[in-house]
Design a protein around this ligand. Structure first.
Ligand code: NMX
Ligand code: MLT
Length: 469
């Protein structure tokens, strides 16, 4: 088997047999390597010829306002347009749903194909999508010590904390960390990030299912079925293997949650952590800690709770007027309606629409879905009346819990783990490519309030001086 990495010829560093990568990693490495010289040359030229070109200025408003809208990094893996939504490697959600290879008998894609696309920037054929799926099966076993870590935690621990801990515990498996300690050369770092990514993604469904079964199903054990794809096998591992519609929902759910460009909290966190050359496990675990925040991924559990609370307030299905009054009172009390609003999007999230269409087809009469539909009709208008909400439209989280609930996955606090299983795929692709392009450690600058006050004062003094001249 090929050994993709090369090592420093330094005393004490090269007395070690480098790890042999398998066929799948080698194929992916070849695909990426074929593009790297051109990418590296493009980036180097841009920096050399236009390095001092100003693309943006930062205002005090932005610096105190969560760096909103300030471009701070480059990633060619995905991009979120305010009106169109996400494009992953140039493809919209609908194009991915339509074009990616599928498992036999399903109209929803194989996640192996999505991984291939994210990592290689090449659109996969059926064989390439299945190559990744098969590889993940070989790499799916979770070491016992990782399960011991989870077992040692109190049952009531939030599943996102367990999920993040599980990923962190897997760090012992990192190929990059071993290779780095033996002096692998910088241009080759990305290869072991890729190897670690394949290992991590292969294990995540089993890790998430282990947490689910331990926490909510008295620790039952369900074996994987090697004939199932990654998403359907996850459905099986949580006891939903015979539900063909739920398998499709998993394929849809995992696809739409995989990435949302580089600036969201989980992606940005993982990118920052990996810029210090912390490996995939450290980086993804860190990203998951951000995803666990209620303004980010946890909004999916909060949103279903909100919908359920709303339903519980009435002894009948609420009318439009009743919902309007309830939502208005809710936001006027200073609380946010989960699942609505977005830092970048300025229209309905296409990931919401994809799930909405799934629900219209498969569960049009579900009471919670009917309520989600009514909320979609009413809440944007209510948020608009506040006059401060920049995007009154639903995001991905406004419906995903309702779908899970319909199919019997009613453990609401588990929903963000589902998001995380998928999101790690995007985090891995960003980190691998950041190493491939030799991105440096991130270190932006912080200022003090006094400095800002002085900058404003000096600017005003200069202006007054100029006026008096
Ligand atoms: N309900 C009530 N108020 C809202 C909402 C909402 N859904 N969205 C924004 N606002 C408020 C926001 O709290 C802020 O108020 P204040 O100035 O008093 O602090 C004001 O409107 C301006 O906020 P925006 O600039 O529109 O939004 P921002 O970019 O700061 O935040 C979110 C974006 C997504 C954090 C925000 O819309 C929100 O909290 N939404 C609810 C939580 C949610 O659905 N998060 C999931 C995001 C997607 N994901 O999966 O990660
Ligand atoms: C995401 O999927 O990460 C969310 O929509 C949040 C974001 O993009 O800021």
């Amino acid at each position: 088997m090929a050994v993709p990495g090369s090592f420093k010829d330094a005393p004490g560093k090269n007395k070690w047999a480098p790890i042999s990568y398998g066929e799948c990693t080698t194929i992916l490495c070849e695909r990426i390597s074929a593009q790297l010289p051109a990418w590296r040359e493009r980036v180097a030229r841009l920096i050399k010829e236009h390095g001092d070109f100003t693309i943006s200025q930062v205002t005090i408003d932005q610096i105190y306002g969560g760096i909103r809208g300030v471009p701070i990094q480059v990633s060619d893996i995905s991009y979120v347009d305010a009106l169109e939504g996400i494009r992953i490697r140039g493809y919209t959600i609908n194009e991915l749903l339509e074009k990616l290879p599928r498992p036999k008998g399903s109209e929803f894609p194989l996640m192996g194909g999505l991984f291939f696309l994210l990592m290689t920037n090449n659109f996969p054929n059926q064989r390439e999508a299945e190559l990744i799926e098969d590889e993940w099966k070989q790499r799916s076993e979770i070491p016992a010590y990782v399960l011991d870590v989870i077992n040692a935690m109190p049952l009531e621990t939030h599943p996102m904390a367990l999920f993040s801990m599980g990923i962190l515990a897997l760090q012992r498996e990192s190929v990059f960390s071993v290779e780095y300690s033996h002096g692998i050369l910088k241009p080759d770092y990305w290869k072991s990030y890729l190897e670690d990514s394949l290992n991590l993604m292969g294990k995540l469904p089993a890790l998430a299912a282990y947490i689910f079964n331990r926490k909510y199903r008295q620790g039952r054990v369900i074996e994987s079925d090697p004939d199932l794809d990654w998403s359907a096998n996850f459905a099986r591992l949580i006891g939903k293997g015979d539900d063909y519609e739920y398998r499709d929902l998993c394929r849809l759910f995992f696809l739409i949650h995989c990435d949302h460009e580089g600036g969201n909290v989980s992606a940005h966190t993982a990118h920052l952590v990996s810029s210090a050359l912390a490996d995939i496990y450290y980086s993804c675990s860190a990203g998951m800690n951000g995803l666990a925040g209620p303004l980010h991924g946890l909004a999916n559990q909060e949103c279903l709770r909100w919908i359920q609370d709303l339903r519980a307030r009435f002894d009948h299905f609420p009318t439009r007027t009743e919902l309007e009054a309830f939502a208005a009172q809710y936001v006027q009390s200073g609380q946010v309606i989960p699942g609505y609003g977005h830092a970048v999007l300025r229209k309905t999230d296409p990931r919401f629409t994809a799930q909405f269409e799934f629900a219209q087809k498969h569960l049009p009469d579900d009471e919670l879905f009917r309520l989600v539909s009514l909320v979609y009709e009413v809440v944007p208008g209510v948020l608009q009346t506040l006059g401060k909400v920049k995007n009154p439209w639903p995001n991905v989280d406004a419906i995903n819990g309702t779908l899970q609930y319909h199919y019997g996955v009613r453990e609401i606090d588990f929903y963000t783990v589902l998001f995380g299983v998928s999101r790690c795929m995007g985090l891995c692709a960003h980190a691998t490519w950041a190493r491939a392009l030799g991105k440096p450690i991130e270190r932006p600058k912080s200022l003090t309030t006094t400095m800002l006050e002085e900058m404003v004062k000096n600017d005003e003094s200069t202006r007054l001086l100029q006026q008096s001249e």
